[in-house]
Design a protein around this ligand. Structure first.
Ligand SMILES: NC(=O)C1=CN([C@@H]2O[C@H](COP(=O)(O)OP(=O)(O)OC[C@H]3O[C@@H](n4cnc5c(N)ncnc54)[C@H](O)[C@@H]3O)[C@@H](O)[C@H]2O)C=CC1
Ligand SMILES: O=C(O)[C@@H]1CCC=N1
Length: 268
């Protein structure tokens, strides 16, 4: 698989920055990257930082600005597109068709949905695109490899996958906070409760990732019959409380993605 020789990163904030960190950590040459970001103060040695889109040819151009900024940004970015340029878009909710209308000269267009764990090479990465050549597909897959686990999905699932895998870390961080705050409210010193909550989630997810049994089976291994864990699980599971809450959470996030798609279709 072949990495791009030259890649333009439009926007390098939280998510774009995490991806750049992941690529550099994974050994991609910093000279590959030209970053365009009006506010970013510094970049790693070897990476070029510009305030405006330069002239020139790029094998790949990645959009990592806020979806609401797309309409204003298009005129500055469109001139750099050409038949040999693949556009990668991180923009939640902005559909492939909307991108194709905005960037008709792009040689290929791929929606990409990672999360912040890309900085550590541990992100799930959803990909959706059409009409890519084999070489372009190979380039996109080579780009995702240092960031985590790439997976091509049906674009019809993109909002839901965005909720699960893109927004998902925020929901997990809320859970860690809730674990700590609950223990604090029940009497543990705050700092200690937060430390233990974080260590518990870190260890549990690392074990689940390595284990050959499902998270459900692992939960059963923790729970001794009639013991402390079962008493807690019974509370989480009563009337499907946790499952209903998480279902509502993903539904709300995915619905917002669909609204953002509509806003982008209308040119917002
Ligand atoms: N934050 C996250 O965990 C994830 C974000 N995304 C997507 O990534 C995109 C970026 O989100 P964040 O990184 O969170 O936002 P952010 O606000 O942290 O970063 C956006 C960056 O774009 C820059 N920028 C704004 N207008 C620009 C322009 N015209 N040209 C070049 N740069 C410009 C800003 O200075 C900023 O550094 C969004 O479309 C979002 O849907 C996708 C997955 C996860
Ligand atoms: O909150 C958002 O809209 C973006 C997409 C996934 C994570 N952050």
């Amino acid at each position: 698989m072949t990495l791009p020789r030259k890649m333009l990163l439009i926007g390098c904030g939280n998510m774009g920055g995490a991806m750049l960190a992941g690529w550099l950590r994974g050994g991609v040459a910093p000279e590959t990257f030209t970053v365009v970001d009006p506010y970013l103060e510094t970049v790693a040695d070897g990476v070029t930082l510009l305030r405006e889109v330069p002239e020139g040819e790029f094998d790949a151009v990645q959009l990592a600005i806020k979806p609401q900024g797309l309409a204003d940004a298009v005129p500055g970015i469109e001139p750099v597109m050409g038949p040999n340029t693949v556009l990668l878009s991180l923009l939640a909710g902005v559909e492939w068709e909307t991108l194709a209308q905005r960037f008709p000269r792009a040689g290929g267009i791929v929606r990409i949905m990672p999360n912040l764990s890309a900085a550590l090479g541990k992100s799930p990465i959803a990909l959706a695109g059409e009409g890519l050549s084999d070489a372009q597909t190979a380039m996109v897959e080579a780009l995702t490899a240092p960031l985590g686990q790439g997976e091509w999905i049906d674009e019809g699932h993109f909002d839901l996958v965005t909720a699960l895998a893109g927004s998902g870390p925020a929901f997990v961080y809320r859970f860690i906070d809730a674990l700590g705050a609950a223990a604090t409210s029940l009497g543990l010193p705050e700092e200690q409760a937060q430390r233990l909550a974080l260590a518990t989630v870190e260890g549990a997810s690392a074990l689940a990732a390595q284990s050959d049994v499902s998270p459900g089976d692992l939960a059963r291994r923790v729970a001794s019959p009639g013991g402390t864990t079962q008493a807690g699980l019974d509370t989480l599971d009563a009337n499907n409380r946790l499952l209903d809450l998480i279902t509502d959470t993903l539904r709300a996030a995915a619905r917002r993605g669909a609204e953002m798609a509509e806003e982008a279709r209308r040119g917002g």
